[in-house]
Design a protein around this ligand. Structure first.
Ligand code: ATP
Ligand code: MG
Length: 427
């Protein structure tokens, strides 16, 4: 195939073999969000570029290097969304969902960042996120964390992930801390990499977020943000920790955790695993109490998280238990031999779908002898083949053959089959 007609690097097709795992995960996410009273919101994939620059921050990896930005025919600068929170807040403000209200929302869909593709890092990737508005206490921070903890349990890898926690304090406290940080890094200017040199004055907190191993030692020895917290943020953070303790959710306080987006304050957290190599963060979030106002809404508090679904799929694929929960796409394969049987067969298939809507029935197309049709049936992974030949049509019968179990095939009336099928399928 010529290069022009291959998928864009870092943007993946999800093939039929993989989609049952995705559907399983998506169902778990929907169920879990619903069990905490969160409602779905769907936002457009394209937004005004300014929305992301204002919210995520001009001096961040995402805005500086990773956004897919283009000028459309109307001369507007548009961007493929690199994350969901900014769009969610924009939609909330625009439709009056946030003013004087509490909202618990979730979203799921593709995000776009122009990064170097590697395992667990893609240019189009999927996120599931949840956002809670209008609740300022630590209770909702913990609710969001508990939701994610429940999810790992459901998915079977709770013991492979670690919750890391930090508090960024109030905006004022952070400004004061920034000055201390600049002083420290300026004194060690020679050890700063190029990115960090640039960020020293524009966005010094970002230096703490550097993934450059050469910077690790300097960062580890830097003054700690949590030693410079304001009283109210300290109390809030203690409230988060004590609630996590009472729920039995374990965590590690990581004083250098600052997150790669500018809008966070107070609580920030990441769920990290060592089982995925260097792409170890599967979920990240925190509070963003100033964001709604910053984007033009009436001030209201916010807290949320986003998780990268490809990384969670990779975690899932390392388990085996979940595979039993995936159902094959077809339950029943209908074989038909001869014109009369084909005519009767398509009618019977429609009737069956009316009466047993949960049955996934694939009707053979394209003719051929029974051997060929049964081979197709086998390949479809169906459990049951139904066989309609001339004899069956004449007698209004149908033959039932189990493809994966050692049960003798039998011929019964079509009506009997329709009666029996639901219980056969639920066995
Ligand atoms: P990282 O440090 O891995 O670059 P990030 O801090 O940029 O992550 P966030 O913006 O917080 O990530 O996004 C939340 C989650 O989305 C991440 O924890 C990760 O699971 C997932 N994610 C982020 N970028 C990508 C990507 N390019 N490909 C796949 N998943 C991603
Ligand atoms: Mg990133």
């Amino acid at each position: 195939m010529t290069k022009a007609f291959q998928a864009i690097k870092g943007m993946n097709d999800c093939l039929p073999d993989a989609s049952p795992t995705w559907q399983y995960l998506e169902n778990c996410l929907r169920e879990t969000a619903a069990s905490y009273g969160y409602a779905e919101i769907r936002m457009p994939i394209v937004e005004n570029t300014q929305l992301f620059c204002r919210s995520i921050g001009e001096v961040t990896d995402i805005v500086e290097k990773e956004m897919y930005t283009f000028v459309d025919k109307g001369e507007d600068s548009l961007t493929l969304r690199p994350e969901g929170t900014a769009s969610c807040v924009r939609a909330g403000i625009q439709h009056g969902l946030l003013y004087n209200q509490q909202q618990r929302l979730w979203y799921m869909g593709p995000m776009f960042r122009r990064e170097r593709p590697q395992k667990g890092r893609y240019r189009q990737f999927f996120q599931f996120g949840a956002e809670a508005f209008g609740m300022e206490g630590p209770d909702v921070d913990v609710e969001l964390i508990a939701l994610t903890a429940r999810l790992w349990k459901k998915l079977g890898f709770a013991d492979e992930v670690e919750l890391q926690l930090n508090s960024l304090g109030s905006n004022q406290a952070r400004e004061a801390y920034k000055a201390i940080l600049v002083e420290y890094f300026a004194a060690n200017q020679d050890s700063l990499d190029e990115d960090s040199q640039r960020r020293l004055h524009s966005n010094p907190l970002r230096i703490l977020d550097s993934k450059n191993p050469a910077m690790a030692e300097l960062i580890a020895a830097a003054p700690k943000l949590n030693e410079h917290l304001d009283e109210a943020s300290k109390t809030h953070f203690e409230g988060v920790c004590s609630r996590l303790d009472s729920l039995g959710i374990q965590y590690r306080i990581n004083p250098t955790l600052v997150r790669g987006l500018d809008y966070y304050n107070r609580t920030v957290f990441e769920w990290v695993t060592t089982s995925l190599g260097s792409q170890g963060t599967i979920c990240a979030g925190g509070r963003y109490d100033g964001l709604v106002e910053q984007l033009g809404g009436q001030a209201t508090t916010g807290c949320g998280f986003a998780m990268g679904l490809e990384r969670i799929i990779l975690m899932l694929e390392q388990q085996s238990a979940f595979r039993d929960k995936l159902s094959p796409p077809v339950d029943v394969y209908l074989c038909m031999l001869g014109d009369a049987a084909e005519q009767a067969g398509i009618q019977f298939a429609e009737k069956l779908r009316d009466l047993v809507p949960s049955c996934r029935l694939q009707a053979h197309c394209g003719g051929g002898n029974f051997k060929k049709q049964l081979k197709r049936a086998d390949r479809s992974k169906a459990r049951i083949a139904l066989i309609l030949g001339e004899d069956e049509v004449a007698a209004q019968n149908i033959t039932l053959k189990f493809l994966r179990e050692n049960i003798e095939q039998k011929t019964l009336t079509q009506q009997e089959l329709l009666n029996e099928l639901p219980s056969l399928l639920s066995d």
